[in-house]
Design a protein. Structure first.
Length: 191
């Protein structure tokens, strides 16, 4: 019984990883549920036991991404390394981009495809709102005068850095992250 449960979870995880890989590489629209099953070496019928549709699989991928984002902020809150929450946020963002590159490529590509974006708008908007709220909290913690506006600006900066990194593997993401960290360490926007 336990081995059946483990095998089932491993198959489900394989389908999630395969779907993410193919959606990221070929695009969501160009990837069929049949292609995902074939790449994962799982029958199409069995795949439907795990996910009712391609949209259902995509939703599960986003839930997993949301978990990763929330976990990275939990790390910020429990860190006692002496660095600020905003510094930790920048470092965690870079680490997540590097570790989960396929997920972020998928997310960025979906944002440019209006029909799919509309289908996934709710979970994407939830992720964005959560990130902005946490950035604002971190900025407030270090005394920024306008934390909500600065959170929007920092989010846009990180989003731009992410876009460049996802398009170009040679983009100096660590250097840009350090630049942002120094900007917030040396900022005169504190109260």
């Amino acid at each position: 019984m336990v081995s059946t449960i483990i095998k089932r979870e491993l198959s489900r995880q394989l389908l999630l990883e395969t779907g993410l890989k193919l959606f990221s590489e070929k695009g969501y629209e160009a990837t069929s549920i049949r292609a995902i099953a074939k790449e994962a070496c799982i029958s199409l019928g069995l795949m439907y036991n795990y996910f009712t549709s391609k949209e259902d699989l995509l939703r599960e991928i986003f839930l997993s991404g949301q978990y990763d984002i929330e976990a990275s902020f939990a790390t910020e809150q429990t860190s006692d390394s002496g660095i600020t929450g905003i510094e930790q946020h920048i470092l965690n963002t870079v680490a997540l981009l590097k570790e989960k590159r396929e997920f972020w490529r998928l997310l960025h590509s979906l944002r440019m495809q209006s029909t799919i974006y509309q289908e996934m708008k709710s979970p994407i908007d939830k992720q964005i709102a959560y990130i902005q709220k946490m950035i604002e909290r971190n900025l407030l913690e270090i005394g920024f005068k306008n934390p909500s506006q600065e959170a929007l600006l920092l989010f846009a900066s990180l989003d731009g850095i992410a876009s460049h990194f996802l398009m170009d593997k040679t983009y100096p993401i660590d250097k840009m992250a350090n630049y942002l960290i120094q900007k917030y360490k040396n900022s005169s926007n504190y109260e």
